[in-house]
Design a protein around this ligand. Sequence first.
Ligand SMILES: NC(=O)c1ccc[n+]([C@@H]2O[C@H](COP(=O)([O-])OP(=O)(O)OC[C@H]3O[C@@H](n4cnc5c(N)ncnc54)[C@H](OP(=O)(O)O)[C@@H]3O)[C@@H](O)[C@H]2O)c1
Length: 333
Amino acid sequence: MTQASPEGRTAYIITGPTSGIGLSTALELAKDGTVVLVGRDQAKLGQVRESIERAGGHAVPVVCDLSDLASVRRAAAEIIALRLPLAGLVNNAGIMELHATKNAQGWDATFATDHLGPFALTEALVPHLPDDANVVFVCSGVEDPERKPAVVAGFRGGRYISAEASARGEWKPGGSTHPGLDAYATSKQCNLATVLAFARETPRLRFNAVEPGFSPATGLSRDANVILRALGKYVLSPLAPFIKYWSTPARAGKVVANVLLNKSGGTGVYYDEEGRPMLGSTLARDPEFQDRVVAETRALLSTVSALPSPGGGAVLAWLGGLGCGILAACSGT
Ligand SMILES: NC(=O)c1ccc[n+]([C@@H]2O[C@H](COP(=O)([O-])OP(=O)(O)OC[C@H]3O[C@@H](n4cnc5c(N)ncnc54)[C@H](OP(=O)(O)O)[C@@H]3O)[C@@H](O)[C@H]2O)c1
């Protein structure tokens, strides 16, 4: 599936390059080096690779379902085995569900895809990244309960209780009328907390975050009804370039690529949709909270890594421990 990089070309890894912001970021990065395309659908990855190579670039597809820890670990091993001169990683892939679902392991699908998978991928790759490599997480301002446009849209900010509770799909009371939005805001708050904690923890690398702006026409709200999706695509999308906090996938892709490629940029910086530094929520900026998110996520992931194989009896025991069995029965909510 993979092929060798042209000798010596700097390489960038990006997750979710098959649609929306990730696709435009991948096309931007391809102007600068080899792009490792990390996605769950081999056929779609092939199409992106073809467009990059038609334009004279070079890309290497790696199949990875970020909601599945075993798949993430396989993908990380595959990327390391490529022995490319890596210079950066963009954790872009994400989902936002109005109606929360579970992944195959019984975890909240959004928390698994948007936080646990990218966290595990990053931890696996960090020891293999050279000094000064840049790791960028595509975050979202909806993590901040004080961000007015997000509140108007129905978000109530991150609702973190603990990493285990999030995996069970449990959120701090007082959240959105759609638990899927609490899952998304909490996952994005965990992304930002992770960036800020990793930046302090590993100063030889750079860790930064981007709020890419609201792009109504991406595939993010795929479970929204057909009317809402048409509204996003045909009515809201043309207005996006003229509205504060809004953007387009093309513009957002440029901002994310610039943040990744900016060699003079620092670490632990959160950039807005124009590429200017911005502040996250009060909670996300609290180092104690950041460290708790990282420690609890590591503890949760290490419990999983102790298991022999997904689907085995130990997995069921672990899920039982988390109470996921009970929640799975209620997953239609
Ligand atoms: N759009 C916005 O308004 C907005 C605002 C703020 C932040 N963001 C963030 O921007 C990022 C990109 O979102 P987008 O709006 O461009 O959405 P999108 O068009 O739906 O793109 C999402 C990408 O993530 C991939 N993906 C989803 N689930 C995956 C999984 N389990 N394993 C591997 N890849 C998976 C998708 O792959 P497939 O093609 O295979 O589905 C796709 O390539 C997300 O992190 C999102 O939270 C978006």
